[in-house]
Structure formats: structure tokens, C-alpha cells
Design a protein around this ligand. Structure first.
Ligand SMILES: Cc1ncc(COP(=O)(O)O)c(C=O)c1O
Length: 407
């Protein structure tokens, strides 16, 4: 068989119109340039540059030596599910005071990504609409399409802090809407909803005739990384009455710097949890046992163990903003969480160009890698990550500003 020759074999129509992950692709290009010796400053990182907690490494070694590495239950190790239920209850005290989550409500998944995918596959039928505030994390619409749904965007502009208003949500609701995806703190904007803001959105759902048929997927993967005066608020902490229709999604990737361990989870009611378990049981089964042991250890660590990382993100954010302000025509918004600045570069675009073209020429001419905003729903923005050292942030911004001043 000639493997290089295009065969006439058909591929699934399911993937038509679904895009490849632009960030993963860009990262591959940057790595390739670096391996060829090109001096690129990389401001694309979607992961913390801190090391995995020592306690997590130790737990893995112990698990290896004591042979705790056989198949685990599809839903995850009981001790891990307990730990996740405990963490979620702590973040949702106004709900858990009366109705605490139990281990049986938790599904441990391969990263937060699989928890989102499981959720959408479990709740959507073909043609169901899913509301997504825009800008959004780029995988949401693609996952919705894979699950047969139709993404419907609610624009959240920089002028409104990249957050949707109750009025916008109310106008977006309708008989075909099956789900709403919320993400706070947000990738790519760093926007963080306060308890009052989440309460106001919850009130719209409670009062709308369409509200009770809508699932809320609350992606809380950046929960620990809050940079300003607004504290993190879990959606259900603000809206305990919506617990039956909310799926909380989280993981250790960003909060414990454990991206490569691929461990996330969903916390939700019995029925949807069972549906997700059926799906996972027939696809990936239980997550890698060693990652689960590591995550139990990471989840047991006190919040204070991570304070210096958060402080460091805060310093780096300020450094990045201070340097970028030197570019006169860039539109900047201060992120309250996560580790990204979503910067408006509309005034620098050439006729017919969008952020993809802009990021390409910045990479080629200024040797700075940025993520274009187009796949996040905004063609006039770029995402700069400050999950990197201060020297790279300063150097990257200086190169960018110098380039922008010269064009
Ligand atoms: C908003 C958001 N949700 C979910 C994920 C997926 O996380 P994980 O790496 O745990 O699959 C990411 C990762 O970039 C993200 O930014």
C-alpha cells in the first residue's frame, strides 16, 4: 500500500467545519523556529511556568513503588473524588451548607478539556444551541459542533470588561438554547465575574421561561489565579438554586501547574454524571492512575503554598502592561485573573488583515510569538501570556513596541 498517495477513503462528516487548535499549532511553529536557532520571545504559553508541587511528585513515586497503577474506576479513584467534592463544597458554601456534593457527583477526566467534551456530548442533541460569551476559549465552539450543537455568541466587548450583561443574556435566550458556557477567570481575556454579577446572570436564568431547560457549564479552571480586588466566585456559590442544571468544571492544570498530567473533573447532578460516565466508560475509561495519585496530593496542599505563584503572576501582569502602554495605539484592559492580556491591535491592522496576519508578521519581523485573537472570536485582538519569566516579558514587549512604532 502506498501511504503517501491520497486514497479515496471517506472521512467522517462530523469533523467538517471543525478547526484544528490554533494555539497548539502556533506553539509547534515557535518550537520549530527555536530548534532552528531563531531567537524568538514566546508570549504564547497557555500553562504556568512553575514546577509541579513536590508533594505530587512524591505521591507518584510512592504509587509506582507500591504498584498502585492498575486500571482505576471509570469515574476516578474514590479518594480523589472525595477530595474534589471537598474542594468544590468549599468553593460553593452557600450550596454545600444544605446540599453538599458527594464523591458520586464527580467524574475525573483527562484534563478540564475532557470534562467539557463529556458534558457537551452528554447534554446536546443535533441542532441544539449553545450560548458562548465572546471572546471565548477557542475549543468551546469546536466542541459544541462536534457534539452536534450550534454555537451562538454573545459579544462581550473590552468596553464592558469582556463580560456579558444580564440584558444580553436575557435577549439571547430562546426555545432552542440548551446550554450556556461561562468561564471565569477567562481565557483569553482574564475577565472575572464578581458574585453580584454572577447572581444577576443567574437571576435572568431563574426568571426566564426558557431558563430551566438550560444547562450551565461553568469552567473554573483558573480559579486560583486571581490578580485584582475581585475574589474568585464559583457560579454555584452565587446561584445555589441552579445546582441541578449546572456542571462545574475544573482541574489541576492551571491551579497546580500540572498541565501535562492531564487531570480535570466535572461536578454535577446524578443523572448527567451517569451519562458522562457511560460516555467515558466506552471511550477513554479511568484517567492515568499515577496522575490521580499526584492530584490527590496536590489538592491536599494549603492555599498558602500557591500564594507566591499568584503574587508572581500579579507582578508579571503589571510589568507586561507597563511595557505595552508604550505602544500608543494599543488598547489595553487589566485582567483580574488567569495569566493573559487580551490587547486590541485593530489600529495596527493593514487593509484586509486580521490578527492572524498581524501575529504572523510580528513573529517573522519582531521575533515575538503572540496568539491571534481570531480563533478566540475577536480578529482585532491578540493574546499575550505572562506565564513566563520577567526578562522574556520585558524583552518581548520592547521588541513589539519597537516594531509597532516602526510600521
Ligand atoms: C478556559 C480553559 N478551559 C479548559 C482548559 C483545558 O484544561 P486542561 O489542560 O486541564 O484540559 C483550558 C486550557 O487551556 C482553558 O484555558
Amino acid at each position: 500500500m502506498n501511504l503517501n498517495k491520497e486514497s479515496g477513503l471517506q472521512l467522517s462528516r462530523r469533523l467538517e467545519g471543525v478547526s484544528e487548535s490554533a494555539t497548539l499549532k502556533l506553539n509547534a511553529t515557535v518550537q520549530q523556529m527555536k530548534s532552528q536557532g531563531v531567537d524568538v520571545v514566546n508570549l504564547t504559553a497557555g500553562e504556568p511556568d512553575f514546577w509541579v508541587p513536590e508533594a505530587a511528585k512524591k505521591a507518584v513515586m510512592e504509587a509506582v513503588h507500591s504498584n498502585q497503577s492498575k486500571y482505576t474506576p471509570v469515574a476516578g479513584l474514590p479518594a480523589l473524588r472525595e477530595e474534589i467534592a471537598r474542594k468544590t463544597n468549599e468553593q460553593q458554601k452557600s450550596l454545600s451548607a444544605n446540599r453538599p456534593w458527594k464523591a458520586s457527583h464527580v467524574v475525573v477526566t483527562n484534563g478540564g478539556k475532557q470534562a467539557l467534551f463529556n458534558s457537551l456530548m452528554a447534554i446536546l442533541n443535533v441542532g441544539d444551541e449553545v450560548l458562548i460569551p465572546s471572546p471565548y476559549w477557542l475549543s468551546y465552539p469546536e466542541m459544541v459542533k462536534l457534539a452536534g450543537g450550534i454555537p451562538k455568541f454573545i459579544p462581550a466587548t473590552g468596553a464592558q470588561g469582556f463580560k456579558i450583561t444580564p440584558d444580553q443574556l436575557s435577549r439571547a435566550l430562546g426555545p432552542n438554547v440548551r446550554a450556556l458556557i461561562l468561564n471565569s477567570p477567562s481565557n483569553p481575556t482574564g475577565a472575572l465575574y464578581s458574585k453580584e454579577e454572577y447572581r444577576a446572570l443567574g437571576a435572568v436564568l431563574s426568571q426566564s421561561p426558557f431558563g430551566k431547560n438550560i444547562w450551565i457549564l461553568s469552567d473554573e479552571i483558573y480559579d486560583r489565579i486571581t490578580l485584582g480586588s475581585i475574589p474568585f466566585c464559583s457560579f454555584l456559590e452565587a446561584n445555589p438554586d441552579l445546582s441541578e442544571q449546572t456542571i462545574t468544571i475544573n482541574g489541576v492544570s492551571k491551579s497546580a501547574a500540572m498541565t501535562g498530567w492531564r487531570l480535570g473533573w466535572s461536578v454535577a447532578g446524578e443523572k448527567v454524571t451517569q451519562a458522562m460516565l457511560t460516555l467515558q466508560g466506552q471511550s477513554t475509561s479511568g484517567v492515568n492512575a499515577l496522575s490521580q495519585w499526584a492530584s490527590i496530593a496536590a489538592l491536599k496542599l494549603p492555599e498558602s503554598d500557591f500564594a507566591s505563584q499568584v503574587e508572581s503572576f500579579r507582578k508579571r501582569r503589571d510589568l507586561l502592561l507597563e511595557n505595552l502602554r508604550k505602544a500608543r495605539k494599543i488598547d489595553l484592559y487589566t485582567p483580574d485573573g488567569a495569566f493573559y492580556v487580551f490587547a486590541g491591535i485593530g489600529k495596527y491592522l493593514r487593509p484586509g488583515e486580521d490578527s492572524l496576519g498581524f501575529a504572523q508578521r510580528v513573529l517573522e519581523e519582531a521575533k515575538v510569538a503572540l496568539v491571534p485573537g481570531t480563533p478566540f472570536g475577536d480578529p482585532e485582538y491578540v493574546r499575550l501570556s505572562f506565564a513566563t519569566d520577567e526578562k522574556s516579558i520585558s524583552e518581548g514587549c520592547q521588541r513589539l513596541v519597537r516594531y509597532l512604532d516602526s510600521v
